[in-house]
Ligand binder design. Structure first.
Ligand SMILES: [Zn+2]
Length: 302
């Protein structure tokens, strides 16, 4: 599981900061999460192939989380994209995008499949053989969802030398990976755990932006491998958190602690702060380990 931060700042794009967007690589999927202005430039800078993006998740309809979407769709069109694209986001996003396409007389050649979200409860919005994606209802000024991306348990890892030694026909290798015992060429039962190893434990990534401190999300994100939680403000501006529907670094750390996640990544920093290390210092008084997001930063989770 790999995460590339394309942008992690709030409000307006500036010379050295980009609004929110990230790419999560999880089990052969490349999920684009939020799509702030300039996302397609950041995708190019980070050498991420446009054609690998088949699912886009939009948390809410504040501009710093989706103003890059129509530009990206337009580029897909110019590049001659044919494969369908799934967009998950709040009700209304479809209307916005379709109006923009209609008035510019630029209907897409590829299928644009909208999955409009309206539920205030957590729901599964994508479920295939490899991953499950569910919403995390957040507490912001407008309807907002975070997203929890969870790997499904993988297949067992085959030990080919051991399987050969045990005289298992290759035709049964698939069964072995699925966890079954098999009969070998001499008609003898071969126990699965003699010739395979357990699969790696499934990982999960919880994305929570934008939101005020809200404990109700804890059961949904409990024990996640990685939590990305917004921390727009430092403690000295805590009075701004509730009216703007945002969190402080300490708020994010309390959520990480309660959810017992393995790693907390802080992001969505207000551009009023020059020294982002203060976010780490404040959060580390409550929870560790912590990483700070940065535009262009890549994380690998084993
Ligand atoms: Zn917002």
């Amino acid at each position: 599981m790999n995460l590339t931060i394309l942008g992690c700042h709030s409000a307006t794009p500036r010379v050295d900061t980009n609004p929110t967007a990230q790419i999560l690589e999880i089990r052969n999927h490349n999920f684009l999460i939020d799509c702030g202005e300039g996302t397609q430039v950041q995708l190019r800078k980070n050498r991420i192939k446009f054609s690998r993006i088949k699912h886009i998740f939009i948390s809410h309809l504040h501009g710093d989380h989706y103003f890059g979407l129509i530009g990206l769709l337009s580029t897909f069109q110019l590049l001659g994209r044919q494969q369908e694209l799934h967009i998950y986001g709040p009700k209304g996003l479809r209307e916005i995008i379709e109006l923009q396409l209609k008035l510019s007389n630029s209907y897409s050649m590829f299928d644009l499949v909208f999955h409009e979200l309206t539920s205030v409860n957590s729901e599964i919005i994508l479920d295939d053989e490899q991953v499950t994606v569910r919403t995390i209802p957040l507490n912001h000024r407008i309807y907002t969802n975070g997203f929890l991306f969870s790997e499904k348990p993988g297949e067992r890892i085959l030990l080919p030398d051991e399987a050969k030694k045990a005289k298992v026909d290759v035709a049964y290798y698939r069964k072995l990976k699925q966890g079954f015992d098999v009969i070998n060429k001499d008609g003898i039962l071969v126990k699965n755990d003699k010739v395979t190893l357990a699969s790696k434990s499934p990982k999960s990534y919880a994305y929570c932006s934008d939101t005020f401190f809200d404990e109700s999300i804890v059961p949904i994100i409990k024990n996640s491998t990685v939590l990305y939680h917004e921390s727009t403000f430092l403690d000295k501006h805590e009075r701004l958190a509730e009216p703007t529907g945002h969190s402080t670094a300490k708020h994010a750390a309390y959520i990480a602690k309660m959810a017992d996640v393995r790693l907390l990544i802080l992001g969505h920093f207000s551009t009023r702060y020059d020294d982002l290390n203060l976010f780490r210092e404040e959060a580390e008084s409550i929870f560790m380990p912590i990483e700070l997001a940065a535009d262009g930063k890549k994380f690998t989770f084993e």
